[in-house]
Design a protein around this ligand. Structure first.
Ligand SMILES: NC(=O)c1ccc[n+]([C@@H]2O[C@H](COP(=O)([O-])OP(=O)(O)OC[C@H]3O[C@@H](n4cnc5c(N)ncnc54)[C@H](OP(=O)(O)O)[C@@H]3O)[C@@H](O)[C@H]2O)c1
Length: 300
């Protein structure tokens, strides 16, 4: 099969299209013919050789942890049928595999007709991560939550899922990103200017702002971070999911799909690139201001 891949670490232009063996699903997994795949920070870090998780990465490596497509092979005990239209997440232990003609999914849900392929392709890990973080925060109806890093790939998903839980959502981001957050129905704020009671805070930016978030919410118990490894030393929970032995948020995929079906959830897509322009996709994903997900439309 054809795949976007890299055989050495480096800048975006180490990505090329090559021929690589087709994968086959193991127990509980499915294989999809990929329609679209998201670009995530982990893909950029692995490609650059900057991720400790990538130390033992087998090269060539196919980036991409989120994908949407049509089921064409069903592994033993997997609840899916050939022809199902789905979106989901690749086996995370492999750290990639989505930007190819065929990809394995570890968990998935049916793609609603109303959710375009490009949006579904960028949804998987963002929805799983957002759900996990909101569960940890025990975010409920009527609470106010502040999301720092609200306009990025995960942030733009988490703010919508938080609002769907009945929370009042404040999205902290640079002023340039405020119209984008307003387009999602979210009240934008500048972190240093929050002057109202906030029950919970989620740090998606990993920008060294945990002390501010603790002060705003009154306690480290009210804060969760997805991106700041200093969190635990300040009493703030660092959510890493299944790979760290924590509960995951995969149940959120069906919730997001149901919301999308009702027109209450979308995956903001910043730009869509063909596989031959994967290097440009990685370069854009690294540039601020980030508004939603960069997606690769997997048609070779
Ligand atoms: N723990 C987990 O399980 C998990 C899962 C997925 C992702 N993550 C991590 O979560 C983070 C966000 O992921 P993502 O996909 O949303 O990334 P993304 O699309 O690149 O977005 C990053 C967001 O953080 C903001 N940001 C970055 N540095 C900032 C700073 N110094 N001050 C203020 N805002 C800043 C960005 O704002 P601008 O664009 O305006 O700079 C952007 O809104 C990444 O670090 C990623 O590795 C963790």
């Amino acid at each position: 099969m054809l795949a976007v891949r890299f055989d050495r670490f480096g800048p975006p232009d180490v990505l090329d299209i090559g021929v690589t063996p087709e994968p086959h699903p193991g127990p509980g997994q499915i294989r999809i013919r990929v329609k679209a795949a998201g670009v995530s920070p982990v893909d950029l870090a692995l490609r650059a050789g900057a991720s400790p998780a990538g130390r033992n990465l087998a090269l060539p490596h196919i980036p991409g942890v989120d994908a949407a497509g049509v089921v064409d092979e069903v592994g033993p005990d997997a609840a899916a049928h050939e022809g199902d239209e789905v979106f989901g997440v690749v086996p995370l232990a492999g750290l990639g595999g989505a930007t190819a003609e065929f990809a394995i999914l570890d968990f998935w849900t049916r793609k609603p007709g109303r959710l375009p392929w490009t949006e579904a392709g960028g949804a998987g890990t963002g929805v799983e991560t957002a759900t996990r973080a909101l569960d940890l925060l025990e975010l409920g109806e009527g609470m106010t939550v502040l999301v720092h890093g609200a306009a990025g790939g995960v942030g733009s998903i988490v703010v919508q899922l938080a609002a769907a839980r009945g929370a009042r959502v404040l999205g902290a981001a640079r002023a340039e990103s405020h119209p984008f957050l307003e387009s999602l129905g979210i009240r934008p704020v500048i972190l240093g200017q929050v002057d109202e009671p906030v029950d919970r805070a989620l740090d998606v930016a990993g920008a060294g702002s945990l002390d501010d978030l603790i002060k705003i919410t009154g306690s480290p118990d009210n804060v969760v971070t997805l991106a700041d490894f200093e969190g635990p030393s300040k009493g703030v929970r660092l959510s890493m999911g299944r790979l760290a032995g924590q509960p995951d948020g995969r149940h959120g995929l069906a919730v997001a799909a149901a919301l999308a079906e009702q027109g209450l959830f979308r995956v903001p897509v910043r730009e869509v690139f063909p596989p031959r322009n994967a290097a440009a996709a990685h370069a854009l994903a690294a540039r601020s201001p980030r508004w939603g997900k960069v997606v690769i439309d997997v048609v070779y």
